[in-house]
Write a new protein. Structure first.
Length: 285
């Protein structure tokens, strides 16, 4: 932080001058509150100026370590510690690009969670049907005969429409149904693992999501060639965006410097040096 001249006016707490990264920081602070340190300290040391400052009236201004805003706090009548924590005692919150990436990864995680729920329900339905098909087949056909006769139609089940598809399902071998159900269940589990890993910002989850999503791009393109629908187009665009983001923004497989560049970028934004680059404003002379 810049040194203060003896004759210079005292720093006035306020939002720092670097406004390039306020959007995600302010969003996080609005959702979770400001990240303040040393609120319950008995006294403030000169070395604590980056975290907290006192004005002549005795009011303390604590700096949010996430968004750089200075928040007025009345000192507690019963302090819980003698002074604010030292730097090595503080876990700095995410800010800058790492914070933005956390939001993007969690958005992808929610998408994977939705896939997990839908595919899990589908797999459960198929496996339950495969297990109970023998007991359901006779009542199904009796119901369809009654329904057809009640509306004056011919007995039996047509091979068209949803009911026709259900009838075809009864004709599929049980082993085939079990295989389909287990494959879908495994895919649902994969999506669930991706969702958990991405939510907590794990590097391995980024690689897993990239590989799994890339493998599925070919079948999605093939499906589009056979029939174009809005849902298929949107799904393909979302997955393409995920692949491109993970490869370039997250620097997977050594792209744009790889993991070392990613770590350096994180250290640049989430560090005490980053906080020192945004000193408090001064009053006018």
């Amino acid at each position: 932080m810049a040194e203060e001249d003896g004759d210079a006016p005292a720093p006035v707490p306020g939002t720092g001058g670097d406004r390039r990264r306020l959007r995600y920081e302010l969003l996080s602070c609005a959702l979770h509150g400001h990240h303040l340190e040393g609120v319950g300290a008995e006294r403030v040391r000169p070395t604590d100026g980056l975290l907290v400052r006192e004005d002549p009236a005795g009011l303390r201004w604590h700096r949010c370590l996430r968004c750089d805003a200075w928040v007025p706090v009345t000192p507690r009548p019963q302090p819980d510690r003698p002074h604010p924590p030292d730097r090595d005692e503080i876990a700095l919150p995410l800010r800058g690009k790492p914070l933005r990436d956390r939001y993007v990864l969690r958005l992808i995680a929610l998408d994977r969670l939705l896939h997990f729920v839908v595919l899990g329900a589908l797999a459960t339905g198929i496996l339950v049907f495969a297990d109970k098909r023998a007991s359901l087949q006779a009542p199904f056909y009796r119901f369809m005969d009654l329904l057809q006769n009640g509306v004056g139609g011919a007995g039996g089940v047509s091979d068209r429409g949803l009911l026709g598809e259900v009838a075809k399902a009864f004709a599929v071998r049980s082993s085939t149904l079990w295989l389909i159900g287990l494959v879908i269940a495994a895919y649902a589990l994969l999506e669930g693992v991706e969702a958990v890993g991405l939510w907590f910002g794990r590097r391995w989850a980024e690689y897993l999501t990239f590989v799994a999503t890339t493998v599925l791009l070919a079948p999605e393109v093939y499906e589009l060639l056979s029939r174009v629908t809005v849902t298929k187009v949107l799904t393909l665009l979302v997955n393409l965006a995920v692949v491109i983001y993970l490869l370039f923004a997250k620097r997977l497989f050594g792209v744009r410097g790889g993991g070392r560049a990613e770590a350096a970028e994180r250290a640049r934004d989430v560090s005490w040096e980053a906080l020192e680059r945004v000193p408090p404003a001064r009053t006018a002379d």
